[in-house]
Structure formats: structure tokens, C-alpha cells
Design a protein around this ligand. Structure first.
Ligand code: NAP
Length: 310
């Protein structure tokens, strides 16, 4: 039988690594199952300008590298394994990974974060990686001198659009309303950028051309009149928000209507010894700094829970 861990952390964004740092410093030898994409959403971000302590900003991947190193310095073991099954019926709890490993732990901290949402068009799926993307920093380079659209009106959409102007000739932001959800500073930056043009009150209803195997245009729908029109375009970036990565816990933990794990008294879930933190639990703030803060809380909650068992 494998060793029983004191603290097993699922996820490796700011929440997971901060939980690992605190649990490591508490001498609990935490094991972090980092998932397919260690580092979480910040790995596909460029400049992070709002994380305190970096007056000049920092690149997302560099910051996550620092988070990991700091956790490892205090004994955290980071494994690149992706969890696909859990059994929380009895402690020690069992967590299984895609690669076939089984871990058992007295406490589990869920820090699985969130992933980009898609509109749900068939063409979006068929043309993914062929002109359709949800990550400007990953794919923007392929659109040098081209015209692209960004769908969405939040901070992610503004950030993607602004970043894409480094490569693309023209960036159209297609938004379903006539006001943005994005923060003032991000809005102003986008409004000031001469390469960005807004297309208001408009939804993306289709992407062309699946038969050609690449993006050649889009069908846009005016949400007020229902009128549709075609527009030639080289790339489509979908930036309409995120959904929590919590499906694997559906049978065990309470989740709200949007899938966020329900926590009480800090980071406790309904199962004793199972804690949750970061974007997997947060439908309101969803910031790196708030994720890190709740990761710290989860580690302290796990430590106190273990102490209380002794
Ligand atoms: P968000 O704030 O939820 O915004 C999503 C946007 O997409 C909204 O404008 C929404 O329209 C639109 N949308 C949603 N579903 C849609 C659909 N099916 N079709 C068309 N449009 C749709 O998500 P986010 O921009 O990813 O931001 C998430 C959180 O991360 C926020 O708290 C944000 O502040 C934070 N964030 C911060 C930074 C930063 O500070 N640097 C960068 C990125 C994200 P409506 O407005 O009509 O609802």
C-alpha cells in the first residue's frame, strides 16, 4: 500500500502553490498534483500588473515558477499528474490520476482553478487550433499582419485584444452588449488603442470555413434586430469567461449552480478534512492574489484539522 500523505493538494495555480508553501512550512510534506498544465491559468498570461510585490509587473509563467520554487524550498513535492477520479467516502481519502497512480491522504486541498469557456458552436470545436483560440499569448504570433476578432467584454477580452495588437493588423472586439464588464483601466487601454475597433450589441453565430479547414470569416448577429452579416476574418479569439474545473468532485462535494465548490468557515467543504480554495470556489473575485490568499487559508485549515485529530 502506498504511503499516506498528510496533505494532498490538487492543482498548481496560485492557490495550490500557496497552500503547498504553507503546508510545507508547517512540516506536513505536501504533495501537489499539478495537472496537465502546471501553473494554471497564469501560464497563458503575459504581464501580471496587479500582483502586489511586483512594482514593474511580472510575466505570468515566471511568477508561477517562483511560486513553485518557493513551495519546493519548504519540502513540497510537485508531481505532473492529472486527477481523474476521487473517493472521499472515508479517510484516508483516495485520489487517482490519468497516468494510473493512486494517492491516499488524510487531508485534501482542492485548488483545481477554472478554464476558459467556449460559446458552444460546432465550428469553434472543428476549427480549434486552425484559427480559433482562447489564448492570445499562445497563438497570437500566428496572426502577424492579419485581422482577428475577440469575443467578450470582460478583462480577459480587453487583455487578449490589447495583446493581439502586437501581432495583428486589426483587432475587432465583438461584444453582446453596448457596455463593457471590464475594469476601467483595461477598458481605457483598449479604447485608446488605434488597432482595436468595437462591434457592439453583436453575437458570434458561426465561424467559416469548416470545409476549408481554416478560419476565413464569421457570421455576426445584431442582437437587437436579429440581422446577420458575414465578415471576412483570419482568426477568432474567444474570451467570454471561465468555468471551474470541479466536475471530478461532483459526486462528493456540494457545488453551486455554476459548478463552484461550496465552502464554509473559510475553506471547509462538507467533508471533514477536504478543503477547497482558489478559482474552483470563487465566482466573484477570481484574482491571482485572492486565489493565493485562500490557498494560504486552506493550508492553515488543513493543519488545524490534522492537529485536532491527534
Ligand atoms: P467575465 O468578467 O465574466 O466576462 C466575460 C465576458 O464575456 C462578459 O463581457 C460577458 O458578457 C461575455 N460573455 C459571457 N458569455 C458569453 C457568451 N456565451 N457569448 C458572448 N459573450 C459572452 O470573465 P473574464 O473577462 O474572463 O474575467 C474573469 C475574472 O478575471 C474577472 O474578475 C476579471 O477581473 C479577472 N481578470 C483580471 C485580469 C487583470 O486584472 N489583468 C485579466 C483577466 C481577467 P456580459 O458582459 O454581457 O455578461
Amino acid at each position: 500500500m502506498s504511503e499516506i500523505h498528510e496533505v494532498l493538494i490538487i492543482g498548481s495555480g496560485p492557490a495550490g502553490y500557496t497552500a503547498a508553501l504553507y503546508a510545507g512550512r508547517a512540516g506536513l510534506k505536501p504533495v501537489v498534483l499539478a495537472g496537465h498544465q502546471p501553473g494554471g491559468q497564469l501560464m497563458i498570461t503575459t504581464d501580471v500588473e496587479n500582483y502586489p510585490g511586483y512594482p514593474d509587473g511580472v510575466m505570468g509563467p515566471a511568477m508561477m515558477d517562483d511560486f513553485r520554487k518557493q513551495a519546493e524550498r519548504f519540502g513540497a513535492i510537485v508531481l505532473q499528474q492529472h486527477v481523474n477520479e476521487v473517493d472521499f467516502s472515508d479517510a484516508p481519502y483516495t485520489v487517482k490520476t490519468v497516468s494510473g497512480e493512486t494517492h491516499r491522504s488524510r487531508t485534501v486541498i482542492v485548488a483545481t482553478g477554472a478554464s476558459a469557456k467556449w460559446i458552444g458552436l460546432k465550428a469553434e470545436e472543428l476549427l480549434g487550433g486552425r484559427g480559433v483560440s482562447a489564448c492570445a499569448t499562445c497563438d497570437g504570433f500566428f496572426f502577424r499582419g492579419k485581422n482577428v476578432i475577440v469575443v467578450g467584454g470582460g478583462d480577459t477580452a480587453m487583455e487578449e485584444a490589447t495583446y493581439l495588437t502586437r501581432h495583428a493588423e486589426k483587432v475587432y472586439v465583438v461584444h453582446r452588449r453596448d457596455t463593457l464588464r471590464a475594469s476601467k483601466i483595461m477598458q481605457e487601454r483598449a479604447f485608446k488603442n488605434p488597432k482595436i475597433e468595437f462591434i457592439w450589441n453583436t453575437a458570434l453565430s458561426d465561424i467559416k470555413d469548416v470545409e476549408a479547414g481554416k478560419v476565413t470569416g464569421v457570421v455576426l448577429r445584431d442582437v437587437n434586430t436579429g440581422a446577420e452579416r458575414e465578415m471576412a476574418i483570419d482568426g477568432v479569439f474567444v474570451a467570454i469567461g471561465h468555468e471551474p474545473n470541479t466536475q471530478v468532485f461532483a459526486d462528493w462535494l456540494d457545488r453551486d449552480d455554476l459548478g463552484y465548490i461550496v465552502v464554509h468557515d473559510g475553506t471547509k467543504t462538507k467533508i471533514p478534512g477536504i478543503f477547497a480554495c482558489g478559482d474552483a470556489t470563487d465566482r466573484i473575485y477570481r484574482q491571482a492574489v485572492t486565489a493565493a490568499g485562500t490557498g494560504c487559508m486552506a493550508a492553515i485549515d488543513a493543519e488545524r484539522w490534522l492537529e485536532a485529530q491527534e
